[in-house]
Design a protein around this ligand. Structure first.
Ligand SMILES: NC(=O)c1ccc[n+]([C@@H]2O[C@H](COP(=O)([O-])OP(=O)(O)OC[C@H]3O[C@@H](n4cnc5c(N)ncnc54)[C@H](OP(=O)(O)O)[C@@H]3O)[C@@H](O)[C@H]2O)c1
Length: 239
């Protein structure tokens, strides 16, 4: 994919930083790497920027900055939360709290939706472009066999609805844009760290491998795929 103008949101994360590294290996790509915390990257074709996600004008300013010279060809939202200080995914109804729900919905649903609001209008109008957000298989309602993880599951299911709804609206005016969710598999990052013990080694991807697999999936998509969620191996994840 040469000569693409790309934005990665959540570029400080395990998967986000691996995507920036992988995509910046192509010297003709321009990568805008956004995150809430400061990141350092000396690559010539990487432009880092901070976004204050609590301030919507900061998101729109980032979209403006990334498209000063060219529209965007690829946007990947790689931010998200599963656990944090004082927050672990719930095992049972007993563990539910409004604060956990708010944190999960803010990071996993509201941020990608606001990024879509401000970045999609600045993407290519007359040629193929892809907007992808990192979702998760546990956000699939029909695939839920184990239960638990209420707030994370619900926030990713809601993200999938945002993806589907956005794909319908965008198809009316930017017909060549593909809007999808991605399940990266289990990836060895901070997010999965407390849960890695139960994962067989061959099913725990490094962030570098996960990034490669996700870009391979995105490369193969066409407009009929818009609105859907795809796993790291290219298979569709049911809603
Ligand atoms: N790792 C897995 O096994 C796995 C599996 C399925 C789906 N996913 C999804 O893949 C995505 C990336 O996960 P990862 O494994 O790369 O996790 P990670 O290493 O923990 O990175 C998370 C990223 O999200 C940002 N973030 C978290 N909470 C935020 C908030 N409230 N506001 C703004 N930014 C916030 C972090 O910013 P800071 O650096 O500033 O904290 C970081 O950039 C997530 O959406 C996750 O749900 C991951």
């Amino acid at each position: 994919m040469p000569n693409l103008n790309i934005a990665i949101i959540g570029a400080s994360g395990g998967i986000g930083s691996a995507l920036v590294k992988l995509l910046s290996n192509e010297p003709n790509h321009i990568i805008h790497a956004f995150s809430r915390s400061y990141i350092k990257n000396d690559s010539k074709n990487v432009h880092v920027g901070k976004i204050d996600f609590n301030d919507e004008s900061s998101i729109s300013a980032a979209a403006e900055r990334a498209t000063q010279h060219f529209p965007l060809d690829l946007v990947i939202v790689a931010s998200g939360v599963l656990h944090d200080t004082g927050m672990m995914p719930e095992k049972s109804l007993r563990d539910l709290s409004a604060t956990n729900f708010e944190q999960n919905f803010f990071a996993n649903t509201i941020i990608p939706a606001l990024v879509a609001k401000h970045f999609l209008p600045k993407m290519q109008r007359n040629q193929r472009a892809v907007f992808a957000a990192l979702s998760a298989r546990v956000g699939s309602i029909s695939d839920n066999r184990l239960g638990g993880w209420y707030a994370y599951r619900a926030s990713k299911a809601a993200l999938n609805m945002v993806i589907k709804t956005t794909s319908i609206e965008i198809a009316r005016r930017q017909k060549q844009i593909i809007v999808v969710g991605l399940h990266p598999g289990t990836v060895a990052t901070k997010l999965s760290e407390p849960f890695q013990k139960r994962v067989p080694p061959e099913k725990l991807f490094t962030a570098d491998i996960a990034a490669k697999q996700l870009i391979n999936v995105l490369d193969k998509l066409n407009t009929d795929d818009s609105g859907k969620v795809f796993a790291w191996d290219g298979s569709e994840v049911p809603y």
